[in-house]
Structure formats: C-alpha cells, structure tokens
Design a protein around this ligand. Structure first.
Ligand SMILES: [Mg+2]
Length: 204
C-alpha cells in the first residue's frame, strides 16, 4: 500500500475489510482473519452508533428476543456436581467443561479420557435432566481417543462436543462424524469462509 497512513471513513465497512484483507503482499492467515473479525465487529458497532440504530437493524432486523448462553469457567463450588448445579441455578442453560488435566500437567490422553468421562458423569448429575452441559476437547485428542471419549459420553447427552480434533484437515472431522453420535461443534479455528464451507460440506 502506498503513502502514509490517512484517515479512513469507518462507515465504509466493506471497503475497509477488503483493504485490510487484500491490501498487503501476503494472503491473510487465520490469526489476521480473527483480528479482522474483531475490527469488523467494532466497525459495525460504530456504524450503529452513527445511525442511532442497533446493529441487528442494519443486518436484516430482529429475528429472536434472546441469546442462548452457556457458562465457561463457572466459579468452582465444592464438587463438580455442585458447581454444575450452581451454574444452572445462576440461570445458565448449559455448563461447559473441557478435557481433564492431570495434577502433574503431563497429558496422558488415555488416562485423561477416563478422567474426563468420570467428570462428565458428575456434571450431568449436577445440571440435572432439565439442564445441559457441553465439552470442548480443545483439539487435544487424536482420532482414536476422540472417538473413545465421544462414545463414552454419548449416554450423558452432551449439548455439543467442541473442537474434537485439530483443524488442519477438515476431512478428519468428516471421518469422525461417521464414527460418533454426539453433536459436534467446530469452526473456531477456521480462518476463512472458504475453509468453513469446505469443512461444512465435508461434514454434511
Ligand atoms: Mg473452543
């Protein structure tokens, strides 16, 4: 890009997005895309304030009057069961957990799958039949362990299993989808719409 920095009009969101995305030598990678997402949100927020309208009005209008919320990192209260129960009592619809961590921080996947399963039993008990719980694997397991844990927790009816595998190969998610029955949530690690579309078509 030539010249010195100059003032830009924040209302030209699409122009700014294209300029930030395409205006440099290297194609944007995932990290840049994620940063761009934050800037994009900020620009829409500014535009809404400029026009005195809520952003949803600029994006097609109100479609629902609530947003589903789950809790991540709900403050621990006694046991996991008690914590999950307190989360429901605080008004959340779902309590989210992650793959267990060993005390010595050495990640033995086989042991952690079993420990995670035991924790999920406690969480299901805590949220009760009216509550929901979800788990983020944070892509820490390989395929066999991901299949094993998804299968073990199936009867505990998770709301979703997030990022079950690393995201470099979206086709791996397609292979996983065919082997497990829990709902899968992915996309946080994808950078571009092209990747997401490729992955969702692979998963359908
Ligand atoms: Mg996540």
């Amino acid at each position: 890009m030539r010249g010195h920095a100059h003032r830009e009009d924040p209302a030209r969101i699409q122009h700014l997005w294209q300029r930030m995305y395409r205006g440099w030598f290297y194609p944007a990678g995932r990290e840049k895309l994620h940063a761009l997402g934050a800037l994009d949100l900020a620009l829409w927020d500014i535009k809404g304030k400029m026009l005195g309208a809520p952003v949803y009005a600029l994006l097609g209008g109100l479609t629902r009057d609530h947003v589903e919320c789950y809790s991540t990192g709900f403050p621990r209260q006694g046991s996991l069961t008690e914590t999950a129960r307190a989360c429901m009592q605080a008004g959340f619809r779902a309590y989210r957990t992650s793959v267990a961590e060993s005390a010595d921080r050495v990640f033995d996947a086989r042991r952690m799958v079993q420990k995670t399963y035991e924790q999920c039993i406690q969480i299901r008990e805590g949220v009760g039949s009216e509550g929901d719980w979800a788990i983020d694997f944070h892509t820490r397991l390989d395929m066999p362990d991901a299949v094993r844990l998804c299968t073990q927790i199936e009867d505990l009816t998770p709301f979703f299993v997030e990022d079950p595998l690393r995201s470099e190969n979206p086709e791996a998610l397609s292979a996983l989808r065919a082997q497990v029955r829990v709902p899968l949530a992915v996309g946080e690690q994808f950078g571009t719409a092209g990747t997401a579309i490729r992955s969702s078509s692979a998963m359908s």
